[in-house]
Design a protein around this ligand. Structure first.
Ligand SMILES: CC(C)=CCC/C(C)=C/CC/C(C)=C/CC/C(C)=C/COP(=O)(O)OP(=O)(O)O
Length: 437
């Protein structure tokens, strides 16, 4: 058994024990990295210091588990599928539905959970803090406060945005954020090659405990409390762990279908986890599925952007997330990427990739407006910020080998009021919606 502190939250960590699948992550390690952009993605974070003791074993777990079969979608479901599938056709027009179908099942389940809760009309957030089995209200309140600190440390812009939300929503988002960040910590950084699949299995068991109301430490307790108050399903959390498993065994993606699944696992899942907490505007006329699809699209867009920004950095770790078949089509080899020279071929390839990432952002925008009014600002802020990274790649003349595309402080400051102004826009009425078609 190992004792570890997460900031000022003291937590005995025995979920990964002495059998060689041991992982520890201390507060200083957890806080080493800072990010000011948004919820954590799981790739290319530098300087993580995980302590692990056994080289990686070779188990692949690429699927989405039992939820991956889609049988006979309804007409409404089919229309959602069509929207997404239009985004996942490759340049030759081939449609790539397999990963998408897997993901769609999860989206449909999330949407039905939220609808169920709305039908019941119960406000889970009215439950008194700490009235569950999670410990005293004071402890829980401390745990949530700690989650807030972690979120503020890593995702400043997003954290600022969450300040507009109701206190219940705010702390629930922080708890989800912290779980994602801790999950990411397991497999990222300099010790990534030493994490084992068994360690991830244990993290998953611990996740099941969180959802059973048996949290292991205070930060887990915050999430346990959150999932008892909001209709948050476990599947996206499991799928995120699957994304970590993918990263253990995979350093190339044959096509966009494979990349899409990866992006869903590590980032689209965050969108799905967030919607039940952020809430949908009571005046929204949109279907619940369409809002979830937009949330998914935002996660995918963010992750694609992350990948495009970090091509050079990933290449130095001998990783290429870009679809191999698309690289080949543009006459680009892995060696070209490792050499890191910006050529016309590269520019043409990048233009195509950026175009696709922007399509996902556009798809996401349609959903932001449908969110509860207090939740729109942080989402607009992170969407605008992340989308500007694509502009920065262009401004760098597509040199994402040696130049890091970033959004400067002044621009960041300007985007906050811009995001606020967009957040004031209410969901379109059904009339407006029809006139747009
Ligand atoms: C659009 C609707 C309806 C809802 C919003 C639903 C949400 C919150 C979606 C966001 C999903 C999200 C933030 C995924 C994470 C993606 C990502 C690549 C984050 C980057 O995180 P870091 O790795 O910390 O960033 P940097 O590498 O830029 O520091």
């Amino acid at each position: 058994m190992q004792s570890v502190t997460y900031g000022n939250v003291y937590s005995p960590v025995c979920w990964l024990s002495s059998d060689g699948d041991h992982v520890s992550s201390s507060s200083s390690e957890l806080f080493q990295q800072r990010s000011s952009s948004g919820l954590g993605s799981r790739k290319t974070r530098r300087g993580k210091a995980l302590s692990v003791t056994r080289p990686c074993g070779g188990r692949a777990a690429l699927g989405l588990g039992p939820s991956s079969v889609v049988v006979g979608p309804t007409a409404r479901e089919r229309s959602t599928l069509r929207v997404l599938s239009s985004l996942v056709t490759d340049p030759s027009g081939r449609s790539m539905l397999s990963a998408e179908q897997k993901v769609f099942d999860v989206v449909a389940k999330q949407a039905s959970m939220l609808e169920e809760q709305q039908k019941r009309g119960t406000s889970l957030v009215d439950v008194e803090l700490g009235s569950s089995t999670m410990g005293s209200p004071e402890l829980l309140s401390d745990a949530y406060a700690r989650c807030g600190e972690v979120c503020a440390e890593y995702a400043k812009t997003f954290y600022l945005g969450t300040k507009l939300m109701t206190p219940e929503r705010q702390r629930a988002i922080w708890a989800i954020y912290v779980w994602c960040r801790r999950t990411d910590e397991l497999v990222d950084g300099p010790n990534a090659s030493r994490i084992t699949p068994t360690a991830l299995d244990r993290w998953e068991e611990r996740l099941e405990d969180i959802f059973r109301g048996q949290p292991y430490d205070m930060l887990d307790a915050a999430l346990s409390d959150t999932v008892s108050r909001f209709p948050v399903d476990i599947q996206p959390f499991r799928d995120m762990i699957d994304g970590m498993r993918m990263d253990l065994v995979k350093s190339r993606y044959n096509n966009f279908d494979e990349l899409y699944l990866y992006c869903y696992n590590v980032a689209g899942t965050v969108g799905l986890m967030s919607v039940p907490v952020m809430g949908i505007d009571p005046d929204s006329k949109a279907t619940t599925e369409s809002v979830y699809s937009a949330a998914l699209a935002l996660g995918i867009a963010n992750q694609l952007t992350n990948i495009l920004r970090d091509v050079g950095e990933d290449a130095r770790r001998r990783r290429i997330y870009l679809p191999q078949d698309e690289l080949t089509r543009f006459g680009i080899t892995d060696e070209d990427i490792f050499a890191g020279v910006v050529t016309d071929k590269w520019r043409a390839f990048m233009k195509d990739q950026i175009r696709r990432a922007r399509m996902f952002f556009t798809e996401a925008e349609k959903g932001v407006v449908e969110l509860d009014k207090d939740s729109r600002w942080p989402v607009w802020a992170s969407l605008i910020l992340y989308r500007q990274i694509l502009d920065a790649i262009e401004a760098n003349d597509y040199n994402n080998f040696t130049k890091r595309a970033y959004v400067g402080k002044a621009k960041k400051l300007l985007l906050l009021p811009a995001a606020y102004a967009r957040a004031l826009v209410a969901p379109p009425s059904s009339k407006q919606r029809l006139s747009r078609v």
